[in-house]
Design a protein around this ligand. Structure first.
Ligand SMILES: NC(=O)c1ccc[n+]([C@@H]2O[C@H](COP(=O)([O-])OP(=O)(O)OC[C@H]3O[C@@H](n4cnc5c(N)ncnc54)[C@H](O)[C@@H]3O)[C@@H](O)[C@H]2O)c1
Length: 332
């Protein structure tokens, strides 16, 4: 590929995760180029510009107005994703949007409407799908390797300190974080669960704020769900597990069972005799960036579509409604 046909990116929002996008786009393995960054905090933008030697635009509009920017990574607080994504799509840019798609289904739908009008590619970061172990699990389930799936048990039990929640005014707020352990951290495994197991019919949840103060949202939630396939799911998300437990995904079917801990198989039995391959280490975020670039350049769908990212938000919104009302809720 000639240099001129490489996709040229801007990064909007260069906080904790935006900086990592900048680094990845500048790395020797990057499938694309980085042209400029913008942040509503000019100080944050200039610090990244100086550190990495990239152009800093004084406003997001100015970045979006550049003809030499084909695509943007949006890494702003979650409740600002719709405003940022709609503006970028209307400016004719392809969009790789940080998770979650948005913090409500209504806001997510604004993005999807703008995506359809624009004809541009939009994908949402959900890097765990790019772990080779998770791709193998997806392929195994889809090809019937575990038989009919009956049950799944998924846990994301992490530790986030009080200082973490105090580190940004948007963290732990309904308006901008959209929720706590489930919307912020848990969305990764919600997306994984829906990708592996399919649509959800009904969700029932309990939530609590158990080990933090001065935040509006939950730090712990337990969910049971009935899937359209008939399978039953239990899901735990918490940021109260000091020391972090490894992410745990257990899938049970009448033709096999699989467990991963921290995305490594600790158990795999398939009645058709298939075995685990050797897995090579992979950079999940680079895998997703490459998938996005390929989708733009070849006109294919990205692995994580906006419709799938919306389903994760709908699942989470249903869980919050259930926890609040004490009733089972069907995702919208
Ligand atoms: N994929 C992952 O594993 C992962 C990890 C962390 C965060 N995230 C997501 O990334 C997003 C940002 O999280 P963070 O931890 O980097 O937050 P952060 O607060 O560290 O950074 C956000 C940055 O956006 C800037 N900003 C705010 N409003 C803006 C606007 N309208 N336009 C331009 N810039 C604006 C802020 O000044 C700040 O520099 C969130 O949606 C979060 O859910 C994803």
């Amino acid at each position: 590929m000639s240099t001129s046909s490489r996709l040229r990116f801007g990064v909007v929002g260069v906080g904790v995760i935006g900086r990592l996008h900048v680094q990845r786009l500048l790395s020797p393995d990057s499938p694309a180029d980085l042209v400029a960054v913008a942040d509503t905090s000019l100080e944050a933008g200039q610090a990244v510009g100086a550190e990495f030697g990239v152009d800093v635009e004084p406003s997001v509009d100015q970045l979006l107005g550049r003809d030499d920017v084909d695509a943007v990574v949006l890494a702003v607080p979650s409740g600002l994703h719709a405003d940022a994504a709609v503006a970028a799509l209307e400016a004719g840019k392809h969009v790789l949007l940080e998770k979650p798609l948005e913090v409500t289904v209504d806001a997510a739908d604004r993005i999807i409407d703008a995506e359809k009008r624009s004809g541009k590619v939009l994908s949402v970061v959900s890097q765990r799908r790019f772990a080779p172990e998770n791709q193998f699990l997806h392929h195994t389930i889809a090809s019937g390797g575990l038989g009919r799936i009956t049950t799944a048990n998924i846990e994301i039990a992490l530790w986030r300190s009080q200082e973490y929640y105090d580190s940004g005014a948007w963290r732990g707020t309904w308006a901008l974080d959209g929720g706590g352990a489930l919307m912020n951290q848990g969305v990764h495994l919600v997306d994984l669960a829906l990708w592996l197991l399919g649509d959800v019919e009904e969700v029932y949840a309990h939530s609590g704020l158990l080990a933090h103060e001065r935040i509006e949202v939950e730090d712990t939630i337990t969910i049971t769900a009935r899937l359209r396939s008939g399978a039953l799911l239990t899901f735990l998300a918490t940021t109260t597990a000091f020391g972090d437990l490894p992410l745990r995904v257990a899938i049970m079917g009448d033709g096999g069972t699989a467990v991963t801990l921290a995305e490594k198989f600790t158990h795999f039995v398939a009645s058709d005799g298939r075995e685990l391959p050797a897995f090579e280490p992979a950079d999940q975020q680079l895998g997703q960036l490459t998938d996005f670039v390929t989708a733009v350049q070849q006109g294919t769908a990205p692995l994580v579509t906006s419709a799938q990212a919306r389903a994760a938000v709908a699942f989470i919104e249903a869980a919050y409604t259930s926890a609040r009302t004490g009733r089972p809720v069907a995702p919208r």
